[in-house]
Write a protein that binds this ligand. Structure first.
Ligand code: ATP
Length: 240
C-alpha cells in the first residue's frame, strides 16, 4: 500500500441479488487529492462511495480508510459524506438542521455557532439561515447538504454528485471551496458524470458497468488515448 494512501479499495465486488454492480475494484486514493469517480448513470459510483462512507458493505473484498477497515465507528468524525439525495429535515430551518447535525458530531456552544457561520458562508447561504428548508430551492438544498458534510471538518470528504442542479456560477464557487479544503489537507472523493467537472479533479477513476476501466490524471488519460477530451478518452477505454 502506498504510504500516503488514505483510501484503499481492495478487490471490492458487490452483488444485488444476481446483478453484479461492482466488479473487483482496486484503487488507492492519496492524501490531499481531489479524486473523481466518473461514469455514466448506473455504473456503480454511488454503490462504491456508500461503502467508503460506511453505509454499505462489499459482497467480497475490503475498503480501508486511514488504515481502518470500513465500516468503522472510529472514523465517523473523520469522514464527511454528502449523499445524492438530500437528507434534510424539511420542516426545520436550515439553522435547526445544522444544529441537529452539529450535535451528532459533538459540536457544542460557541464552536458550533462558529462552524455553522463558516460553512453557511462557504456555500453562500448565510442570509437564508433561518428559512425553513421546505422553502429552499433544489440548488439551495444541495448547498445546505454540502454545508452539513463540512461541519465537523472531516479529513476525508465523500461527495456524491455535489453540484447537480447548481448553476455554473455557484458551481465555480463550490469548486473554489473544494480547492480551499484540499489546501488544508482534506482528501476529496467526488462522483460525477459531468465531463467538465471531471477535468477539475487531480486524478480520475473511470467506472463502467461496475469495473474500473482506467485511473490517472485527466491529462494522462487524454494523452494515453490520444484524445482531446475526457469524454473521448472514456469512450476509448470503454472499447467504443
Ligand atoms: N439497494 C439496491 N438494491 C438493488 N440494486 C441496487 C441497489 N442500489 C443500487 N442498485 C443497482 O446498482 C446499479 C448501480 O447503481 P449506482 O447507484 O451505484 O450507480 P451510479 O453510478 O451511482 O449511477 P447514478 O449516477 O445514476 O447514481 C444500478 O443498476 C442500480 O439499480
Amino acid at each position: 500500500m502506498n504510504t500516503n494512501s488514505c483510501v484503499s479499495i481492495q478487490h471490492v465486488s458487490k452483488k444485488f441479488g444476481k446483478q453484479q454492480v461492482l466488479n473487483d475494484i482496486n484503487l488507492e486514493v492519496l492524501e490531499g487529492e481531489i479524486f473523481g469517480l466518473l461514469g455514466p448513470s448506473g455504473a456503480g459510483k454511488t454503490t462504491l462511495v456508500k461503502q467508503l462512507a460506511g453505509l454499505d458493505v462489499p459482497s467480497s473484498g475490503e475498503n480501508f480508510l486511514l488504515q481502518e477497515k470500513m465500516p468503522s465507528l472510529k472514523l465517523i468524525e473523520k469522514v464527511g459524506y454528502m449523499a445524492q439525495s438530500d437528507a434534510l429535515y424539511e420542516d426545520l430551518s436550515a439553522k435547526e438542521n445544522l444544529q441537529f447535525f452539529s450535535a451528532l458530531y459533538g459540536l457544542k456552544g460557541e464552536k458550533q455557532k462558529q462552524r455553522i457561520e463558516e460553512v453557511m458562508e462557504l456555500v453562500h447561504l448565510s442570509e437564508h439561515l433561518n428559512k425553513l428548508v421546505s422553502n429552499y430551492s433544489g440548488g439551495m438544498k444541495r448547498r445546505l447538504s454540502l454545508a452539513i458534510a463540512l461541519l465537523h471538518e472531516p479529513d476525508i470528504l465523500i461527495l456524491d454528485e455535489p453540484t447537480v442542479g447548481i448553476d455554473p456560477v455557484l458551481r465555480k464557487s463550490i469548486w473554489d471551496a473544494f480547492y480551499e479544503l484540499k489546501k488544508k489537507g482534506t482528501t476529496l472523493i467526488v462522483t460525477t458524470h459531468v465531463m467538465d467537472e471531471a477535468e477539475k479533479c487531480d486524478r480520475l477513476g473511470l467506472i463502467r458497468e461496475g469495473s474500473l476501466i482506467a485511473v490517472g490524471t485527466p491529462r494522462e488519460l487524454k494523452e494515453e488515448t490520444n484524445s482531446t477530451t475526457i469524454e473521448e478518452a472514456f469512450l476509448f477505454y470503454g472499447g467504443a
